[in-house]
Design a binder for this molecule. Sequence first.
Ligand code: ADP
Ligand code: ADP
Length: 238
Amino acid sequence: MLNIKDLVVQYPRSSENALDHISLTLEKGDFVCILGKSGAGKSTFIRSINRLHEPTSGQVKWEGMELTTLPEGEMRKIRSEMVMIFQHFNLIPRMTVFQNTLTGSFGRRPAYKNLLGLFSESEKSRGLLALEEVGLEHHANKRVEALSGGQKQRVGIARALLQDPKLLLGDEPVASLDPTTSRRIFGLLKKIHEERELLSIINVHDVHLAKEFATRIIGLRDGRVVFDGKPEEIDERI
Ligand code: ADP
Ligand code: ADP
């Protein structure tokens, strides 16, 4: 389903490869946690999949389609099935929970409608369903700046759900949350993952979270895969 071959990323003015010839096949249903110390290449890896970062060389095949050579217009369409959840949530602080959630449907609409903020009734009802799915329906009209960290991330997840994802990418989605909230967020992601039969690839610092939730763990060090296996086989020193 996601076939990565010989993926290399080298940042300008850097002598080392941030990703050094990574080859992996990830299947629908996998809940993959990427583990590794800071600087290991986790974020670069996640962002190379949806081409938020352009790989230097190598192939990324999604459902048989080669992404690295796809024109940007085509890539934009594909990106709408690859949702991304961020460490710092990337919400619009002055807008409400509901408005932020609805921006998840922007990828599907012409730009002028986005500017006018016009949302169809069906988009609104899908927005409400997404908020119910993450347990935030009673906070719909609050500004997101008034929410806790865990609640903000749940808005990020609701927004992602509006895109009808097939692939869920998480770039350290719980790195700024406390341990209890982090576990709740992972629990929510796992539930959504299972209900929607996604492929999920999530960067995480905490080996215990990965062991609890992942079906497969990939360990990175210096841009190379140093572990690929089941949670019970993990070497905690990654
Ligand atoms: P992680 O997410 O595991 O912390 P990153 O993917 O952010 O790792 O970084 C991998 C390597 O690439 C590190 O050595 C980092 O310093 C380097 N790197 C990341 N972003 C840039 C950049 N914009 N320019 C140059 N080097 C970068
Ligand atoms: P924080 O701890 O950052 O305030 P939480 O994610 O822990 O945010 O949740 C805040 C409130 O929402 C809690 O009362 C919690 O029980 C409730 N809650 C958390 N996750 C869900 C969910 N998936 N569905 C419904 N309610 C939830």
